[in-house]
Design a protein around this ligand. Structure first.
Ligand code: HEM
Length: 387
């Protein structure tokens, strides 16, 4: 039974709820279909558990920005909560522990962002919060993962030892120095530091770029002429490359939905939603919403360019979500995307091999969307002195 004035939704079967009406391998199309029947805010039952799906910029903004704290919780009764042992930031419920962790990590990010000249090595150091999940799942790549772990563990220990020997107290040079500086804080210890460095080493945000390479390469060559390395500041001189990167992110739709939970009885778009309700924030529905984009359903960098060819970011660009639970790594991810893409495009040609046939852009659904496996020919561009 839906509570009084609860968002409407499809008829519910006993015990199963709406599970038979959803393709669990990829429910995004079903979310879109249900939106057409029930509007931007509707409810479904996952088994006996009610969930509210929020679609489109207006409703998403009202929930996570205007009524920010009402919608800032995280569900606490899911498999992922067991796996993460309710530790870290991502799955922590809204409250003092989440706040403490988030503040710590945010300080860490801004401190490293400011103090360290961004380089690719540095940029590949990231938070470990994302990884315990993958570690414990019985996936086929476990064996490869274990071997990789051994190598990374020794790399991490070397890095930490080197930092221990050369660091100047009070003057953190980078991420690792900064954590050592904070070691006094209750939830950090040497083991945790090793994990942090170790898991950070290989979480690269990957981007596949098949389009618009030439024009980007011309812009990059022109702006970086004579410089050996790109810096994040160069983005202001590269509107087209910026537009392409943002369009890649919009279409790649890396994190399609974010799970929240209401922290108190609240209202959304005129509906009543009780405390503790699972909220599915459908970011996909914002990133391809008609009326928000010039070309919502095709890859086109013009979505981020005005008539003068300047880079502009529409309000509906929210791949990192918004409000108090907005992605903590947004700044780092944006810097990383720009520097990696520019560095790779500057140095290499990416060629789709003729024998590979038509590219298949179907995405593989998960907590993050990924491309299907594919082959790509990578060739060095003409040698340049500055590389
Ligand atoms: C292109 C890359 C990335 C995308 C698209 C992305 C997107 C997101 C999204 C949509 C959320 C959920 C926000 C919400 O619940 O409303 C999130 C949360 C989070 N992200 Fe990212 N993210 C990216 C990279 C990163 C990186 C590199 C880091 C760490 C260095 C990171 C750390 C986090 C953390 C800690 C949270 C949880 C924040 C909280 O619950 O308070 N993300 N991210």
């Amino acid at each position: 039974q839906r509570p009084n004035n609860f968002p409407p939704g499809p008829p519910v079967l006993p015990l199963l709820g709406n599970i038979l009406q959803l393709n669990l391998e990829n429910p995004l199309k079903d979310f879109e279909r249900l939106r057409k029947s029930y509007g931007d805010v509707y409810s479904i039952f996952i088994g006996r558990k009610p969930a509210v799906v929020i679609n489109g910029m207006k409703a998403v903004k009202e929930a996570i920005v205007t009524k920010a704290t009402d919608f800032a919780g995280r569900p606490q009764d899911m498999f992922i909560n067991e796996v993460t042992q309710r530790k870290g930031v991502i799955m922590a419920d809204y409250g003092s522990s989440w706040r403490e962790h988030r503040r710590f990590h945010a300080n860490l990010m801004s401190s490293t962002n400011q103090k360290v000249k961004p380089s690719l090595t540095y940029l590949s150091l990231q938070l470990y919060d994302t990884f315990p999940v993958i570690r414990h799942l019985p996936l086929p790549f476990q064996k490869a993962f274990k071997n990789f772990e051994v190598i990374l563990k020794s790399l991490a220990i070397d890095l930490i030892n080197e930092h221990k020997e050369t660091r100047v107290p009070g003057e953190p040079r980078d991420f690792i120095d900064y954590i050592m500086f904070c070691m006094g804080m209750s939830f950090l210890n040497m083991r945790r530091l090793r994990h942090l460095v170790h898991y950070s080493l290989f979480r690269e945000t990957m981007v596949v770029l098949h389009f618009q390479k030439k024009r980007c390469q011309q812009e990059i060559d022109r702006v970086l002429e004579g410089n050996c390395q790109a810096s994040f500041e160069d983005r202001h001189k590269m509107p087209y490359t910026q537009a392409v990167i943002h369009e890649v992110q919009r279409v790649a739709n890396t994190v399609p939905t974010a799970l929240h939970c209401t922290t108190r009885d609240t209202e959304l778009m005129g509906y009543s939603i009780p405390k503790g309700t699972l909220i599915i924030e459908n970011l996909t529905s914002v990133l391809n919403e008609e009326g928000q984009w010039k070309f919502p359903h095709e890859f086109n960098p013009e979505n981020f360019l005005n008539d003068q060819g300047e880079f502009v970011k529409p309000e509906a660009f929210m791949p990192f979500s918004a409000g108090p639970r907005v992605c903590l790594g947004e700044g780092l991810a944006r810097m990383e995307l720009f520097l990696m893409m520019v560095t790779l495009l500057r140095k290499f040609k990416f060629i789709w091999p003729e024998e590979a046939g038509e590219p298949d852009f179907t995405q593989v659904y998960g907590i993050t969307m990924s491309p299907k496996p594919y082959c790509m020919k990578v060739q060095l561009r003409a040698a340049r002195k500055s590389f």
